[in-house]
Design a protein around this ligand. Structure first.
Ligand SMILES: [Mn+2]
Length: 265
């Protein structure tokens, strides 16, 4: 069975709220698609009582912890702050895991317990030593949308990252780099921040912008990850129905999920 967790939380968002509406919308588009493994999906909606981000993450963590008997996990956000809680909750079930974050932002901002946002998931995981820097690779990082401070901070952590410009200029090398990275790990947690997509394809994200990933590019990266046979969990975050056009971004998120789920053995 595949556990699918709907996490309607967007209090961590830095820019535009609305992603809490995405999980149910994406679910309804997903269930209208025809795909393999649809019959083995088990849905959970996490109803959050806390508006405080730190406490809400504890609730998310505790909820998932009670449901750790699935072969594969899907988390539908919500803003990107949830990845801290979702990964931490299933970490114990993952053997030697690598996190692949497809995102245009680093999400490694400075944080404190009363200052947690969609931009702090990976700094929290790293600072709390839940993962080591080598267990993280970020793909799609854009100049212009990350400060010099964050570029320096990423270098200080020492995790690998691939910039959007490299994807656009030398995609073959990028594919090789990801392939090499995956070799050293036994399982993969994939995080997809939909704001990495070009705004012409996914206009409805909390921080959409031009010069993002094209559809062919993200599907080729996903194909590569699936071919490793190590993918155990994924989240898709930051889809924002309030700023979308004709639900294109929710539909695209549903397609990505169906594409991946249909290929899980
Ligand atoms: Mn992000």
């Amino acid at each position: 069975m595949i556990g699918v967790f709907l996490i309607p939380f967007d209090k961590g968002v830095i820019s535009r709220p609305g992603s809490k509406l995405a999980p149910n919308k994406i679910k309804s588009y997903l269930m209208n698609l025809n795909f393999k493994n649809k019959e083995i999906l088990k849905f959970f909606e996490i109803e959050l009582e806390n508006f405080d981000t730190y406490k809400a993450h504890q609730e998310i963590y505790n909820f998932i912890k009670k449901h750790l008997n699935y072969e594969f996990y899907v988390f539908i956000g919500g803003d990107h702050s949830i990845t801290y809680a979702t990964f931490k909750a299933i970490n114990s079930t993952l053997k030697n895991p690598l996190i692949i974050n497809i995102d245009k932002h680093f999400d490694i901002r400075d944080w404190s317990f009363d200052n947690i946002s969609s931009g702090t998931s990976f700094s929290r995981l790293l600072d709390e030593k839940i993962i080591e820097p080598k267990q993280l690779i970020e793909i799609g990082i854009m100049d212009f949308y990350n400060s010099d401070y964050l570029f320096q901070k990423a270098k200080n952590y020492g995790f690998e990252f691939i910039k959007m410009l490299e994807i656009k200029k030398n995609f073959k090398d990028v594919i090789k780099k990801i392939e090499e990275k995956m070799k050293n790990f036994d399982s993969i947690y994939l995080s997809i921040d939909i704001d990495v997509m070009d705004s012409s394809i996914c206009p409805g994200s909390s921080a959409s912008s031009p010069f993002g990933l094209r559809q062919e590019e993200i599907f080729e990266i996903i194909d590569l990850i699936i071919s490793s046979k190590k993918l155990k969990a994924l989240d898709i975050v930051e889809t924002n129905p309030l700023v979308d056009f004709d639900d294109n971004t929710s539909k695209f998120s549903a397609l990505i999920l169906a594409y991946i789920i249909s290929q899980i053995k």
